[in-house]
Design a protein around this ligand. Structure first.
Ligand SMILES: *Cc1c(COP(=O)(O)O)cnc(C)c1O
Length: 237
């Protein structure tokens, strides 16, 4: 096994163990491999190890990677902050967007989603820890934004996404994930058919799964440290 193979196997094992510990089915959580800053060869290695869904934060970098990997049947998820002048290319080149945090962006994505593609799967990003500098709508605004997104013709609302603040000593690391899960349940109670909680990364996927995550976004535990990748000579941005 090469490194990517071994790392992917280890991450899948962590996910399965976390599901079992939480009394959930071992296939209840999907793995999104976050390949930002890594080149197409890294994605190809992960694909050969059976990984199909990849997350990207930077549009130009993602488009270059996609162009180099057209021979593979991959599913691409956009997970980074969205500027409104980037929505057309995102609507054209991704099957999921996890980082919708305002109506204007959702409306543009819906209007620009090409007719020959299925509706774009969307998660509304919530600033669950209430950090001033973070993307995401306020928890109090999530339900209204989700209702609006659900009404847009070329989007399919799937659920919620969050990046909880790094935990500080003594803080309850589970609390933001539980709050996110409660928001999802509230959406269901309002009649929205949401099935996705996009939460958990390399360092906290067990906590996220314990709190009901259905999709973990894992980068460094699969591909290695991004600082190392950024200085590697074959990696270009
Ligand atoms: C980079 C990134 C990840 C992956 O983070 P790791 O700690 O490397 O697993 C997940 N989600 C988002 C939104 C990211 O930007």
């Amino acid at each position: 096994m090469d490194t990517t193979d071994a790392n992917l196997a280890a991450v899948r094992k962590r996910i399965a163990a976390a599901c079992t510990a939480a009394g959930r089915a071992t296939d209840a959580v999907q793995l999104l491999a976050v390949s930002k800053t890594f080149g197409p060869e890294a994605v190809r290695a992960a694909a050969h190890a059976g990984q199909q869904a990849f997350g990207e934060n930077y549009l130009q970098e993602a488009l270059a990677k996609q162009a180099a990997l057209t021979d593979l049947d991959l599913s691409w998820h956009f997970i980074g902050p969205i500027q409104s002048n980037k929505t057309r290319e995102i609507a054209e080149h991704f099957s999921w967007v996890h980082s919708v945090d305002r109506l204007k962006i959702a409306e543009r994505l819906s209007a620009q989603r090409p007719d020959h593609l299925p509706p774009l799967n969307v998660c509304v990003q919530v600033n669950i820890s209430g950090e001033a500098s973070k993307s995401g709508c306020l928890p109090a605004d999530a339900a209204q934004l989700c209702q609006a997104v659900a009404g847009l013709p070329r989007l399919r609302l799937r659920g919620l996404m969050a990046i909880p603040a790094p935990s500080t000593a003594g803080a309850d690391t589970h609390a933001p994930f539980r709050a996110l899960h409660q928001l999802l349940i509230a959406l269901r109670n309002q009649g929205l058919e949401v099935d996705t909680l996009s939460a958990g990364m390399s360092d906290d996927l067990e906590i996220a799964i314990a709190a009901g995550s259905t999709m973990v976004r894992v980068g460094s535990a699969i591909f290695g440290s991004r600082t190392a990748a950024a200085t590697a000579p074959q990696t270009q941005h």
